[in-house]
Design a protein around this ligand. Structure first.
Ligand SMILES: Nc1ncnc2c1ncn2[C@@H]1O[C@H](COP(=O)(O)OP(=O)(O)OP(=O)(O)O)[C@@H](O)[C@H]1O
Length: 582
């Protein structure tokens, strides 16, 4: 019970922000209309049971006029009351049902847009996504949670919520109908009024309880299914993204084995879901079948005793069926409820992982952005997620326009030092003063976004911020003249360009963006030494005001820098350029 209450608390915590957001009046208004339409549907259902009673009575009495009037416009009964015809009620029913669904979907997409927008922000804000990827504590498969789980959550919440509401309203309405139709019954000499109502209630409560006992393992299984499906899809995406590496290694058998293994996890969990669903369906289908004849069995004695007419019998069984159906809502919706609960738990887990990752932005070295016109790091202690220390008490100060080369053995922590200077490394301590003005980091494998070549060069600027002529000039200076005519072409540029070309593209980016602070982390390492020299010469000529911090292994790069620092034994120490061999 505690588990259920805390789960409902989580579900509400997930939903509440939207219903109190800037969109709240539109959302609430739309929901109110949908609820009204839903209630109208229930009302028409009630009306139809009375219509049915009149219709069967007309049949029994072979009253053709009443029969045809009841099918068309309507019939005035002997007591003066008017019963609308089936065609009218059915036409109205169709219109209401269509708009109920249409507006429901409109509300779903609005809610989802809001939710996805907020999740994207929380995920990307303060590098939360990066930190979540660094530690195992991050939620698995964020892409699936943002793309799929939000869709499932929104549609299930609305549909289950409206389904529950309809069930409650149907229950209340038909309890009155059934109560009116059902006479008292004497059990051991005690008169029980509205006995059909009690029979329906007992039948349904028993059914719901049994469905819960049989189906509850589906919650965990559904949760797992989402995870294993996402893992499988992710491994397929990895193959697609690393096609060349895999093909060159001839790694297909390994990949196939890995993919099969992941799919086996999908299968295994799916079999467990099938077994659990089979058990639940045996029960729910049996429950549903019995429910068809059960009301006849309980109402038949009165009919055969001549106490009720055929119309009243039909109306009674229908009312019984509706009460029992509404009471058993949880039995029929158990599968959906289990899936919904799994989705809510996945989204809640993701939310808390994001909150923790954003809070962790305060952890690690203290970063003061743009505090002064220089870059400095003091008493920098950088560690790995597992606690291993990379630098102990490293210090650094770089003035505007200065060019500094950082060398050190592979794995000594040079890239991690850059990550810390960028303010994204959350493990360690010390003080970092970030400089004023635009900063650009160029890693060894540049990030190339999807879209046009122009977009790839301008990143992270908006492509509209630069003219084609500017971008073309930058590409030419970086030695990519051949690409100039393809600026507007959309392609998978990260796969189309060679490693060296990608690095040239990154240099073109620097020439275009003209940062005041440029960080090059082995950003020219894929080029031949002559090309590397040319690019460094171009960078120093074109960006004379820029401070440049480079990480490089080739000693020749030192001549383009004012001084060289070497990272060794956890400390940064100045060395002579000729000593800079890594
Ligand atoms: N996210 C991470 N989780 C665990 N270990 C990490 C992580 N990132 C880096 N490391 C480890 O930290 C150490 C330093 O990595 P870093 O990339 O800073 O080295 P580097 O000096 O730049 O090396 P190279 O010259 O080879 O590029 C390496 O041993 C690396 O395996």
């Amino acid at each position: 019970m505690r588990g259920l209450l805390s789960f409902l608390g989580d579900a509400w915590a997930l939903a509440r922000p939207y219903w109190n957001s800037e969109e709240k009046w539109k959302a609430r208004g739309l929901l109110a209309v949908i609820i009204l339409l839903n209630l109208a549907l229930v009302g028409m259902n009630v009306l139809l049971t009375y219509w049915q009673a009149s219709f069967y009575d007309a049949l029994q009495e072979k009253d053709f006029t009443a029969f045809s009037q009841l099918l068309l416009w309507g019939h005035r009964r002997e007591d003066g009351s008017f019963m609308p015809g089936f065609s009218i009620v059915a036409a109205l029913f169709i219109v209401v049902a269509v708009y109920q669904l249409y507006l429901n979907q409109a509300l779903q997409i609005r809610w989802r847009r809001w939710l996805v927008g907020h999740m994207l922000h929380d995920w990307l804000d303060r590098h939360a996504y990066y930190r979540m990827g660094l530690t195992e504590g991050g939620a698995d498969n964020p892409d699936q949670r943002i793309a799929d789980d939000t869709r499932l959550y929104v549609s299930s919440t609305l549909n289950l919520g409206l389904g529950l509401m309809s069930a409650v309203v149907t229950l209340i309405s038909f309890i009155f109908v059934l109560w009116g139709l059902s006479g008292p019954m004497s059990v051991f000499g005690i008169n029980i009024p509205g006995y059909l109502v009690w029979v329906a209630l007992i039948y349904s409560v028993l059914g719901t309880w049994l469905a819960h006992l049989i189906g509850r393992k589906l919650i965990r299984l559904n949760f797992n299914q989402q995870r294993v499906e996402a893992d499988f899809r992710f491994s397929l995406v990895r193959v697609r993204e690393n096609m060349e590496g895999i093909a060159l290694h001839g790694g297909e058998p390994q990949e196939e084995a890995g993919l099969r293994e992941r799919f086996a996890a999908v299968m295994q969990n799916w079999w467990a879901i099938m077994t659990a669903t089979k058990q639940l369906t045996f029960f729910t289908a049996g429950f549903g079948q019995v429910a068809v004849i059960f009301p006849f069995i309980v109402a038949a004695p009165a009919y055969f005793a001549g106490q009720v007419a055929l119309g009243a019998l039909v109306q009674t069984t229908r009312a019984f069926g509706e009460v029992q159906g509404a009471m058993s809502w949880a039995v029929t919706a158990y599968d959906d409820l289990a899936a919904w609960r799994a989705t809510v738990e996945r989204l809640t887990g993701f939310h808390f992982a994001m909150v923790a990752a954003r809070a962790a932005a305060e952890e690690g070295p203290r970063v003061a952005p743009g505090a002064e016109d220089a870059l400095s790091a003091e008493r920098l202690r950088l560690a790995l997620p597992n606690g291993r220390v990379l630098t102990e008490d490293a210090s650094l100060r770089v003035a505007p326009g200065e060019a500094v080369l950082i060398t050190g053995a592979s794995g000594s922590g040079k890239s991690t030092l850059f990550r810390a200077l960028a303010g994204i490394w959350p493990f360690g301590s010390g003080d970092i003063q970030q400089p004023r003005g635009e900063v650009l980091f160029l890693p060894q494998r540049p990030y190339i976004p999807l879209g046009t070549l122009k977009r790839a060069v301008c990143y992270p600027h908006d492509p509209a911020a630069h003219s084609n002529a500017e971008v073309a000039a930058a590409l030419e200076k970086a030695g990519l003249d051949a690409l100039v005519p393809r600026l507007e072409e959309v392609d998978a540029w990260d796969r189309r360009l060679s490693g060296g070309e990608q690095q040239r593209l990154a240099v073109a980016r620097a020439l275009l963006v003209k940062p005041r602070w440029l960080f090059l982390d082995e950003a020219t390492a894929s080029l031949d030494p002559a090309a590397e020299r040319t690019l460094y010469t171009t960078l120093r000529r074109e960006l004379p005001q820029a401070a440049i911090l480079s990480i490089a292994h080739r000693p020749a790069v030192a001549e383009f820098h004012d001084r060289v620092l070497r990272l060794a034994d956890g400390k940064l120490a100045p060395v002579q350029p000729q000593e800079s061999l890594a």
